[in-house]
Design a protein around this ligand. Structure first.
Ligand SMILES: CC(C)(COP(=O)(O)OP(=O)(O)OC[C@H]1O[C@@H](n2cnc3c(N)ncnc32)[C@H](O)[C@@H]1OP(=O)(O)O)[C@@H](O)C(=O)NCCC(=O)NCCS
Length: 204
């Protein structure tokens, strides 16, 4: 590991820190929301014990073993979202995220993803950070695209959601790829790579 993984990360507007028991009500509320239910693998219905399981059986062991690093995204002390890196096999990982409805549309997600990307390449020494989404998730794709991820293709029925197979989009960022800063246009070719998911539109 190039550097220790920071538990706390401060960005321009956000604080990223590991989820705690105090976050459980906010996690419960967020994971019952329609878009998070539609585009992630959260159980439906989502009960308090699911939030508890997420914290004690996924988040905490992830940090303890180095298999996954997950941060609550906080704005002014309020939990607005979640971002995490699952460490896969040799020098590869996968990013995942959600934003509660009250935090959406302000660029918070992209800001948090840029911070997590910094950890992936600056601390974990990954060479490849993958992004997967169920096909059609343009909001998530827009976040990945704005952070420099390059679209790689459609995996037909490539993912499972609650026992049902769905088409999956794949993109990735390599440690050698340029990483756009906030407000910067992604490098040449990145926006174009997303033409198919965005229905022919290339405007970022
Ligand atoms: C995907 C999600 C995290 C986006 O959160 P957000 O707060 O809207 O994202 P941001 O405000 O940081 O937006 C980042 C970029 O995405 C764009 N964007 C956000 N929602 C969009 C949408 N529905 N359609 C097109 N672009 C969108 C923004 O305009 C912005 O683009 P820019 O950087 O070029 O200005 C949020 O919609 C969400 O939590 N959805 C449900 C869970 C989910 O899909 N998780 C990801 C699973 S792969």
């Amino acid at each position: 590991m190039a550097a220790p993984v920071p538990t706390e990360i401060r960005t321009e507007r956000l604080l990223l820190s590991p989820p705690t028991r105090d976050d459980l009500p906010a996690i419960l509320a967020a994971c019952r929301e329609t878009a998070i239910r539609e585009w992630t693998v959260v159980p439906v219905p989502y009960e308090p014990e699911d939030a508890e399981y997420f914290l004690t059986e996924i988040i905490d062991p992830g940090w303890a073993t180095g298999a996954a690093y997950t941060w609550s995204i906080r704005r002014g002390g309020v939990l607005v979202g979640m971002v995490g890196i699952d460490v896969d096999d040799y020098a590869a990982g996968e990013i995942g995220y959600w934003m509660a409805p009250h935090g959406r549309g302000r660029g918070y997600m992209a800001e948090a993803v840029r911070a997590a990307v910094g950890v992936a390449f600056g601390c974990l020494d990954l060479q490849r950070l993958a992004w997967h989404a169920y096909a059609g998730n343009v909001a998530s794709a827009a976040v990945a695209r704005s952070c420099g991820f390059r679209y790689e293709g459609l995996n037909r029925l490539g993912a499972v959601q609650r026992g049902v197979r769905r088409d999956q989009w794949t993109a990735a960022l390599l440690d050698t790829d340029p990483r756009p800063r906030a407000g910067e246009r992604p490098a040449a070719g990145v926006v174009e790579s997303w033409t198919v998911p965005f229905g022919g539109r290339t405007g970022a």
